[in-house]
Design a protein around this ligand. Structure first.
Ligand SMILES: C[S@@+](CC[C@H](N)C(=O)[O-])C[C@H]1O[C@@H](n2cnc3c(N)ncnc32)[C@H](O)[C@@H]1O
Length: 278
């Protein structure tokens, strides 16, 4: 089954089953949904980042990209030429995902943030824009050209003082980043879209998570293999709550949530009639 057909089928299944804020009973989840999925306030940062995306779309630049997500058995990346336009449109977080990441940061107030997969810096910018000035973020990116472009973009957005982009394969950069940060308040996994790799990075980050930490995963429905990895993350004994918003998956470790829950939640605008059902 092609990736697009798999995603479309998965979205149909999600959409049929998903609840909205109107069906949420837990105060913590209610507050989270109101802040992350439902808050419609626009921030200047959104306009600045989307203006940058428009510039990338209009750019004639073609980059030599080293893709460690498609590395061979020896770990050598697949090298190809990709336009900046394609990177902005196809591999970067969407405006909706960006807004959810920004609001997630505003809700959680993390001081130590890790990103796996900076790409050309779109999600990095949304995360950093929501962070306080004292907070620190390390963003890992395998492709040196993408890492340079991401750094330039953060500079243009005046966000580079909060973020350090580390170039190199995750196998080398992740242990050092974890040591540097010391603990993780928020981690965004958006790199290597293979189930086994995703689970390995999750396990590697887990010792640095505490009770208030949130892990965010992209591409839950990229492939059956990624969906299986998501199911295994949900089943992990340390995980107390997961929220599947289709576009992103949120993992909580808070022991105050006594009964383990896995919620499928959509913004009300995706299912407006749910306003009338409790
Ligand atoms: C989907 S893109 C990231 C997009 C970015 N988070 C955004 O939303 O704007 C994934 C990135 O992860 C990087 N990546 C994938 N596997 C990697 C690995 N094993 N080590 C280092 N980087 C990797 C790729 O080079 C690519 O730029």
């Amino acid at each position: 089954m092609s990736s697009l057909v798999y995603r479309l089928k998965a979205f149909a299944g999600f959409w049929l089953k998903a609840d909205t804020v109107y069906q949420v009973h837990s105060p913590l989840v209610f507050e989270w949904v109101q802040t992350v999925l439902e808050d419609e306030r626009r921030y200047y940062a959104f306009d600045d980042i989307e203006a940058l995306r428009q510039q990338m779309r209009a750019s004639p630049l073609v980059l030599d990209v080293a893709d460690y997500g498609a590395a061979d058995e020896q770990g050598a990346p697949l090298c190809r030429r990709v336009s900046l336009r394609q990177l902005a449109e196809r591999t970067s977080s969407s405006p909706l995902q960006g807004r959810w990441l920004f609001r997630m940061v505003q809700w959680l107030h993390p001081q130590r943030v890790l990103e796996l997969g900076a790409g050309v810096g779109v999600s990095t910018a949304y995360l950093a824009a929501g962070m306080s000035r004292q907070a620190r973020m390390v963003s890992l990116e395998g492709c040196p050209t993408c890492a340079q472009v991401a750094e330039a973009h953060l500079d243009m957005l005046h966000l580079s003082d909060r973020v350090r982009i580390q170039s190199g394969p995750f196998a080398q950069t992740l242990p050092r980043a974890l040591e540097e940060l010391g603990r993780l308040d928020l981690a965004f996994f958006d790199g290597h879209h293979q189930g086994a790799a995703t689970l390995a990075y999750f396990e590697q980050c887990l010792p640095y998570a505490h009770e208030q930490t949130v892990f965010v995963f992209d591409d839950l429905y990229w492939s059956a293999d990624m969906t299986e990895a998501w199911r295994r993350i949900q089943a992990h004994p340390r995980v107390t709550l997961t929220i599947d918003g289709f576009e992103l998956g949120f993992v909580f470790f808070n022991p105050a949530i006594q009964e383990k829950q896995h919620l499928l939640l959509a913004p009300v605008c995706w299912k407006p009639w749910k306003r009338f059902t409790y």
